[in-house]
Design a binder for this molecule. Structure first.
Ligand code: FES
Length: 347
């Protein structure tokens, strides 16, 4: 049994199989439904339920508050239809319209960026062209030819859109099923399957006001893509890039961003250490504190955030408190498989 879900303003209806979520069915059909975590954590797939019945799996209050649910909003990644439905995207004109591609890639370079982050570069061998918006991510399968290949994992593109090569920043997660392979076994020449693009925290080039880019750890990847894309398009407004890490050994690409800032006076790069392990001249503390000190009013800004959920959530609260409009806050929190599993066990 299946149901039809109409999306306001779009001609085609999505067929949703029994027990499937609206988002999963839409992405399977190649519809660029706004989304981020796909696990009820981020709120990027928030939509209005215009008609029909759905059942929601567990989700976080951050993604969808009780008052929002009472107003008829749903999370498409947690909404399983029980009848034909009609939904509306919150920002229908603000969706990245790129076809979903299934790419065959080959690893061309692996670099140790820090003690636990590797920069992996690959070239697209087949399945392109790969159009995406800066800040989006893809589902990546390493060792696809191996018997019992590794499960897919989401990683953000760190390069600007438009080329034949892709760059991913991959942090080793202890006990993970995929990142230990990348950290210890991945070799140049290996095949990688990449499916995407996904994600709604992408660069909006029409915005001409100041830009606040906030990255935590390997969240630097989509923020790098966003900042580089803005500069390459000739953005002249102030761009403030805050990069939060624990200690000195976690900083990477500092020379790259210092050089970029030297060539673009509108870019300012601010590393912040939350737990320095030695006396330092650098900014210290949490990113949310640094931003709270440096800004009084964010009206007219656009903010792009990527990194660990706790960083994204605390910074988002500070940004709202400083007057940033909701539609100007584009956040991509990196939920681990363990984070996603927590909601499942909360049933
Ligand atoms: S809450 Fe649905 S994509 Fe993140």
């Amino acid at each position: 049994m299946s149901f039809k879900v109409a999306i306001k303003g779009r001609d085609e209806k999505v067929t949703v199989e029994m027990g499937e979520t609206i988002l999963a069915a839409a992405l399977r059909a190649g519809v660029p439904y706004p989304c981020g975590c796909r696990s009820g954590n981020c709120g990027a797939c928030k939509s209005t339920l215009i008609a029909g019945e759905i059942e929601m799996s567990p989700y976080s209050d951050y993604a969808l508050s009780k008052p929002e649910r009472e107003q008829g909003l749903i999370l498409a990644c947690r909404a399983v239809p029980w009848s034909d439905c009609e939904v509306a995207w919150l920002e229908p004109d603000d969706v990245a319209m790129h076809p979903t591609r299934h790419l065959d890639c080959e690893v061309t370079g692996i670099e140790d960026a820090t003690h636990d982050i590797r920069i992996v570069r690959m070239v697209i061998r087949a399945g392109g062209p790969f159009d995406f918006s800066a800040g989006q991510y893809a589902s990546v399968i390493f060792a696809p030819d191996r018997a019992g290949h590794l499960p897919p994992r989401d990683f953000s593109m760190a390069n600007r859109p438009g080329g034949e090569t892709l760059e991913f920043h991959i942090r080793l997660m202890a006990g993970g099923a995929v990142t230990p392979y990348v950290a210890h076994s991945l070799k140049p020449g290996e095949r990688v399957r990449v499916v995407g693009p996904y994600g709604n925290a992408f660069y909006r080039p029409r915005h001409t006001g100041p830009i606040l880019a906030i990255a935590g750890g390997s969240g630097l990847a989509p923020i790098k893509s966003t900042v580089e894309e803005a500069l390459a398009r000739g953005a002249e407004q102030p761009i403030r890039l805050y990069f939060g890490v624990r200690a000195e050994r976690d900083l990477y690409l500092e020379d790259h961003f210092e050089a970029l800032a030297a060539g673009h006076p509108n870019l300012k790069f601010v590393p912040v250490l939350s737990e320095p392990d030695a006396p330092t001249q650098r900014r210290t503390g949490f990113l949310s504190e640094a931003i709270g000190k440096d800004f009084q009013d964010l009206d007219g800004f656009k903010a792009y955030l990527a990194g660990p959920p706790i960083m994204v959530e605390t910074c988002t609260r500070v940004l709202k408190h400083l007057g940033l409009a909701r539609q100007n806050c584009h956040a991509d929190a990196f939920y681990t498989e363990a984070d996603k599993a927590k909601l499942e066990t909360a049933k």
